[in-house]
Design a protein around this ligand. Structure first.
Ligand code: FVH
Length: 292
């Protein structure tokens, strides 16, 4: 009584779409699946999914249609021919794309009388189903609130706002953060590795340092919002002097220095704008100016 799970359709059964469908099945949702290459549906059918013969049949099967395909071209290639059957459905698009593509998809869905929620999955397939993992959404509040219990089966659902491009914008920003963090970690790993320290020995120390760095972010976020960067912890001038030690240590060990050289150049541009005595948060003034 009262525990019946709502029906869901998953279109796109690549690595991520298959993980989404498998998780929904595990949580007891009647799940209909469709994929361009039909063979990818088989493992899910064996776990209880219903295989739709066509995208049209897949859309008709459930009030909530989740799409996770390669890109927006693939989304349109799949759904344009059956757009007429989307009326009254909630379309949740978990395909990666740009904010502009999300806005276009929302207008397209609206023109076919479908509710639209754009999404960004902040994990890899093994993380799907974990409440620790964030799924970012933007677009229709109604679709989000109506289907929140189903979306929560996939990961922690965060609605960022009604503007449909927001989830893609955050996705791009967070991936940039991930790549620069991972490359910084790998640079440090290569540096200590030159002195025979294994990555597995260095990494717990690096992780403790990252937790200190998150504290800096919290402090600097308030400075960025205020547009005021008091250099009362460490100044840009001090960071420029310190990064020379990294450049020297890495060069002496034959480690590629492209990343720290870029960071030093950005700090120097910040200093040249008059922020030498300000905190590192003032680097944002250079970033906001763009290349010109
Ligand atoms: N995998 C991950 O960790 C990331 C995590 C963050 C979000 N991404 C995005 O999810 C989308 C799908 O990624 P994926 O990892 O599932 O990718 P594949 O395993 O390569 O599967 C691609 C699916 O797209 C279908 N597809 C491709 N082109 C077309 C088309 N023209 N028409 C219809 N479907 C198409 C493909 O079908 P098939 O090749 O099996 O027939 C797969 O179902 C993606 O946006 C990531 O950025 C995943």
């Amino acid at each position: 009584m009262g525990t019946e799970r709502s029906a869901v359709t998953v279109i796109g059964l690549g690595q991520m779409g298959s993980a989404l469908a498998a998780t929904l099945l595990e949580r007891g949702h009647p799940t209909t699946v469709w994929n361009r290459s039909a063979r990818k549906a088989q493992p899910l059918v064996e776990r209880g999914a219903r295989r739709a013969a066509t995208p049209e049949e897949a859309v008709a099967a459930s009030p909530l249609v989740i799409v996770c395909v390669l890109d927006h071209d693939a989304l349109h290639a799949t759904l344009d021919p059956v757009a007429g059957s989307l009326a009254g459905k909630a379309l949740v698009n978990l395909t990666s794309g740009s904010p502009e593509q999300a806005q276009e998809a929302e207008a397209w869905a609206r023109s076919h009388s479908a509710g639209y929620l754009d999404g960004a999955i902040m994990t890899t397939p093994p993380g799907v189903g974990s409440p620790e993992m964030m799924f970012l959404y933007s677009g229709s509040h109604t679709v989000f609130e109506t289907h929140r219990p189903t979306l929560a089966a996939l990961g922690d659902p965060l609605h960022l706002g009604a503007e449909p491009g927001l989830a893609s914008l955050y996705d791009a920003a967070l991936l940039g953060l991930m790549w620069s963090t991972m490359t910084g970690w790998l640079h440090g790993t290569a540096l200590v590795g030159a002195e025979k320290t294994e990555a597995t020995a260095f990494t717990p120390v690096a992780i403790r340092w990252l937790s200190a760095v998150t504290g800096f972010l919290t402090t600097y976020a308030a400075q960025v919002d205020a547009g005021h960067y008091p250099g009362d912890d460490a100044t840009v001038d001090v960071q420029i002097a310190a990064i020379d030690h990294l450049l020297h240590a890495a060069a002496a060990r034959g480690i590629d220095n492209a990343l720290p050289e870029l960071l030093k150049a950005t700090m120097e541009r910040t200093r040249d704008l008059g922020h030498g005595s300000d905190s590192y948060a003032s680097v944002i003034e250079v970033l906001k100016k763009g290349a010109g």
